[in-house]
Design a protein around this ligand. Structure first.
Ligand code: HEM
Ligand SMILES: N[C@@H](CC(=O)c1ccccc1NC=O)C(=O)O
Length: 280
């Protein structure tokens, strides 16, 4: 008799004749997905570098999918399902944070062997990363310039730059609920950086002063604070990974490197959600 701890027999019901059927590899388009890892050097560790980035890009795609839906739901005053979307966003952000530990196994000695082969390529040119930043409200038209070489991409990003972020959508919701969101905020040029407004802080102060009356808005506020914190944690982990791998070298994208990344930690998506805490 075969040792059951050595062999698991296939059960009779297991489908093995898959001609003309939907299959695992077909459904997931694995030939396409797995043909997309094409190292430009012959260094062993470049595969990790590529896969780490590609996995991040896949999660960014899912974040965009969830955030776009959350924005539409808030615009339709349907906060409960929007909160569900953001709960998922947070779990994806946790994955993206944890993922840095894999890349941290790449040593400076290993990376320097294929870094020159990357030319001017840099994460700064990630269209999906920039889209997520725009959807969360970090609007900065200067970020578009690196996409000028690709007009289709540039126009898609310009559209997101000029569309309401999740915060714009939420402030619109609060206004429809009767809160005194200043007109200057509601009518602002969406393609420009968001500027904190004391009137919005006051609206949020009222929400936080009486959570029972404003429960869905209150929940949304705290969910946004969580998403922002998770985003900052990702930025910080990127910075620390960069520091341990390239120290204070300039970036391939042309920036000063770590110093430039440090500046992003001063940015905030939802300034009044930070400010309101001082007044509670
Ligand atoms: C060895 C690993 C890495 C190094 C040394 C590195 C280095 C850098 C540097 C120096 C910059 C500043 C722009 C420049 O001048 O190039 C940058 C930006 C960026 N990197 Fe990385 N990076 C690494 C891995 C990653 C990974 C895995 C991702 C995931 C997609 C990523 C995404 C980004 C993004 C989105 C930016 C733009 C950040 C912003 O605009 O604030 N990087 N990186
Ligand atoms: N900016 C990095 C290079 C780099 O990390 C990179 C290169 C090509 C594609 C994505 C990258 N990731 C993040 O910046 C560097 O200066 O070494």
């Amino acid at each position: 008799m075969t040792d059951p701890s050595a062999v698991r027999p296939i059960e009779d019901g297991v489908a093995t004749d898959l001609r003309g059927e939907m299959t695992y590899a077909g459904y997931l388009q694995l030939p396409t997905l797995l043909a997309a890892q094409q190292p430009v050097s012959d260094h062993h560790d470049e595969m990790l570098f590529i896969i780490q980035h590609q996995v991040t890009e896949l999660w960014l795609k899912q974040l965009i999918h969830e955030l776009r839906s959350a924005i539409s739901l808030v615009e339709a005053d349907d906060l409960s399902p929007a909160l569900k979307r953001l709960a998922r966003v947070k779990t994806i952000q946790r994955q993206m944070f944890e993922q840095w530990s894999v890349l941290a196994t790449l040593t400076p000695v290993e990376y320097v062997q294929f870094r020159d082969d990357l030319g001017k390529a840099s994460g700064f040119q990630s269209p999906q990363y920039r889209t997520v930043e725009f959807l969360l409200g970090n609007k900065n038209p200067a970020m578009i310039a690196v996409f000028d070489h690709d007009p289709v991409l540039r126009d898609a990003l310009l559209a997101d730059l000029a569309s309401p972020s999740i915060y714009d959508a939420f402030l619109g919701f609060l206004a429809r609920r009767g809160h005194e969101v200043p007109a200057a905020v509601l009518e602002r040029d969406l393609a420009q950086p968001y500027v904190a407004d004391a009137g919005v802080t006051e609206v949020l102060r009222r929400v936080y002063a009486d959570p029972d009356t404003h429960w869905d808005a209150y929940e949304m506020c705290e969910e946004l604070v969580d998403v922002e914190e998770s985003f900052q944690l990702w930025r910080f982990r990127h910075l620390k990974t960069v520091e341990r791998i390239i120290g204070f070298k300039r970036g391939t994208g042309g920036s000063s490197g770590v110093h430039f990344l440090q500046k992003a930690l001063e940015l905030t998506f939802f300034p009044e959600l930070r400010d309101v805490r001082t007044h509670l």
